[in-house]
Design a binder for this molecule. Structure first.
Ligand code: UDP
Length: 141
């Protein structure tokens, strides 16, 4: 398995619940290393651009409203197979369908306020890391 980097966002609902540490502990326990991080409030333009692929979907405006409703914790996670590993830790998009013990099963309230974002493949991971951390000196061994 290859050493990969993936983008994680702890969304406003989870930040409001004060579980940044509990969620990050799950990444660390699974062997993922935080190599860049920032706690920020997204602008509407940033949220719209980040979720551009969903622009035509009926939930787009509500998704953007939600993502700008409070601060988010954005992290770059590094590890063997980091992209799939993070998706496994997150669980299904809809917390009602998420497997027991996943982040969304334990911390998410609904399909829209679902605690975390994680890149879904190598191309999106590269684009999403560059979107939020362009020019930053990401930690490397
Ligand atoms: N979403 C939503 N309603 C839906 C489907 C998705 O509000 O019916 C939101 C939800 O926050 C989700 C995000 O849009 O995390 C992106 O959707 P995607 O299908 O890419 O799911 P993910 O990759 O986050 O599991």
């Amino acid at each position: 398995m290859a050493l990969e980097r993936t983008l994680s966002i702890i969304k406003p609902d989870a930040v409001a619940k004060n579980v940044i540490g509990q969620i990050t502990s799950r990444f660390e326990a699974a062997g993922l290393k935080v190599v860049a991080a920032k706690l920020v409030r997204l602008s509407r333009a940033e949220a719209e651009q980040f979720y551009d692929v969903h622009r035509a979907r009926p939930f787009f405006k509500d998704l953007v409203d939600f993502m700008v409703s409070g601060p988010v914790m954005i992290q770059v996670l590094e590890g063997e197979g980091a992209i799939a590993k993070n998706r496994d830790l997150m669980g299904a998009t809809d917390p009602k369908k998420a497997a027991a013990g996943t982040i969304r099963a334990d911390f998410a309230d609904s399909i829209d306020a679902n605690a975390v974002h994680g890149s879904d493949g190598p191309e999106t991971a590269a684009a999403e890391v560059a979107f939020f951390f362009a020019g930053l000196n990401v930690y490397t061994r």
